[in-house]
Design a protein around this ligand. Sequence first.
Ligand code: DP6
Length: 350
Amino acid sequence: EVKSVTCVAPVNIAVIKYWGKTNEKLIIPLNDSLSGTLHTDHMCAKTTVAISSRFTKDRIWLNGKEESLDNPRLVACITEVKDRARNSGKLTEEELQWNVHICSENNFRLAAGSSVIGRLVYSLSSFFLLSVFFSVYALATLYKIDGDISAIARRGSGSACRSIYGGFVQWITGTNPNGTDSIAEQIVPASHWPEMRVLILVVSDSRKKISSTSGMQRSCETSELLKHRVAKCVPERMTEITKAILKKDFETFAKITMQDSNQFHAVGLDTFPPCVYMNDVSHGIANLIHTINRIAGRTLAAYTYDAGPNACLYLLEKDVPSVLAAVNYFFPTDRPKGEYYRGLNVDVTS
Ligand code: DP6
């Protein structure tokens, strides 16, 4: 007998950034964070998980290629899921002994027909960790686990736990040292603000970046600014941006989003040796957004950058054509016009 379940993984883009952990192993964050989950067929990973008495060991395939299961985070997820399944009492002793096969495929490259989306994915969240997260989701379904599973997903990659819900989602730090209350919660579903869009501007960069995991570790050890951010700025911004989202106040939402991104990158520079993620083109795009917002006399778009040079723009649907026109004019590309990918709530351009 084989039992299997398939699920699809969306990407999330933080407006209040997660940066720093209080517990490396359990992945407990230093501060609360908040993101929007993208809904698009162009950027997702499909994961199928199967358990069977016939499987002789746990195995994982990514895009058709078998990968080693010696990744400690993946092992932590699978172990946690199996432990919880054991405690749920819903599976027979025999079923609990069954091994797991995980098969995950992303359509990022397929959708793009080029490596651009591939690069993009690596800067958003590594595909591997995204797969880990959705394996957890699928595994939890398969093992009939009740209750909060974002705490398990967190063991794969911190920020990925916010993808468990659509719309705007917060990941709260929690107070429990074992991390059980460090969970993702939906603030509003996507239908609350249906005009909201995200444009992802792919900025190529050949520099080898410092991974989020080691970058944030280094910031915790060396940045004074990070302490101030965690103690004062993030709590205030979480309250204010949540209010703005509930009221659909784009002006305030955009300002806080840009300020938080800027402070996150300032923490990167305050880290020693510094973590530099934005490049000249990234800064050029940020300048352009401030310029068009000033000329328009209102906020058309907000930029935010993660641990890489790509710009993510939050904007309302009515402003997509003018913002895209400005971006295409000031950052012309030799890629054929129209080669960006319009999903439900996301456009990808380069
Ligand atoms: C800059 O979730 O990749 O994207 O928990 O170590 O796997 P680990 O880190 P990761 O960090 C993402 C950081 C960020 C901000 C964010 O998404 O909140």
